[in-house]
Design a protein around this ligand. Structure first.
Ligand SMILES: [Zn+2]
Length: 70
């Protein structure tokens, strides 16, 4: 399942959730059921550091940041 980001209009929380495309996730903060799926994760400071790190590691593996390689 893909990882999607959702924003909760009730409490403003941004949540990263593994859900099916048409699933109806529930806010873990306020149990709101009106979560809006975001096209991309805003990656708030701290919370998503691990995801960003793994993304960069993947990019490095694919060569985007490997300028030093001959
Ligand atoms: Zn909420």
């Amino acid at each position: 399942m893909p990882l999607y980001c959702f924003s909760c209009p009730s409490c403003g929380a941004i949540q990263e959730l593994l859900v099916a495309f048409d699933a109806k996730p529930i806010c873990s903060d306020c149990n709101g059921q009106e979560l809006q799926r975001l096209l991309s994760c805003p990656a708030p400071e701290g919370k998503s550091a691990g995801i960003i790190r793994s993304g960069r590691a993947q990019a490095a593996r694919e060569g985007y940041f490997s300028n030093s390689r001959a």
